[in-house]
Design a protein around this ligand. Sequence first.
Ligand SMILES: [Fe+2]
Length: 320
Amino acid sequence: MTKPEIAKLGYISLVTQDLEKSLVFFKEVIGLEETQVVDGVYYLRAWGDFEHHTLSLQQGEYGHVKYIGWRTKEKKDVAAFKDLLENEGMDVETIAPWSTPGIGEAIRFKVPSGHTFELYYDVQKPKASEHRKSVLKNQTYKAWAKGISPRRIDHVNLHTSEDWQVTYKFFQEILGFKLREYLKVDEGEQILAGWMSVTPLVHDVALVTRKKNEIPTNARLHHLSYWLDDSQDVLRAADICKEYNLPICGPGKHSISQALYLYVADPGSGCTVEIFTGGYLIFEPDWEPIAWKESERAQGNTYWGDSISAKEIVKYTIEA
Ligand SMILES: [Fe+2]
């Protein structure tokens, strides 16, 4: 039997302690479109996203991420992943079809990093309303309606204090992510951070190892990221953030992934959003992961521009 496969990042389910602020941030500043509101949960997506939502927001006592959803390549992969994970001794919950709006039958489980993942295949791809839909057949909404206006979801960056060997083995061998670039200790094999993907992107997920005393729980979402088409759009995004008096980190360029970045935090939930463009794609089937040493960490993070030292953006992180 062939191994089940993940196709892409689907959505992040976020809880915010100030829903009103988060809605202003994600709808007006970032510029996401609202597809549906059900039982107090707001489902949002970017103008170029095709699926029902790429972000959900709901009120809670504190800001945290509930679930991170990944779409499988085929429908049968959902059941096959359930078998695979249960064979590994993991608890796997089955989520009834469409109990999450826009999402068919899903499985939910906690990965060794401590984050809760959902895997699903069936989705709804609602069309935009008549006055908002694009004239392009291959685009969901008219672009540039408001705010930063990213095209699509891009990636998530997860931090964990769990054992690096266990987490990297699980992400690669069970979930099928390919390691594209990584940061390791100068002497020895220990991996400190890995950029992994199931697509030609350098990363759909970045996994960063943190010491237990560095993060409040064993797992947190460091940031989620939306994609812009052009570097000029990142500069425009910086202006828009400043108009709303939001602190920014960047613009700058990563050496790892070679992408341009701008970080800004949602004042409601505390969740950091990375505005992202550029970078390179990987098409080689025999890609050799690129190694960076710990002594090269600053250079790997920032090729040029506003540096993203952990100290500067740590206040923006959110518990998982
Ligand atoms: Fe990122």
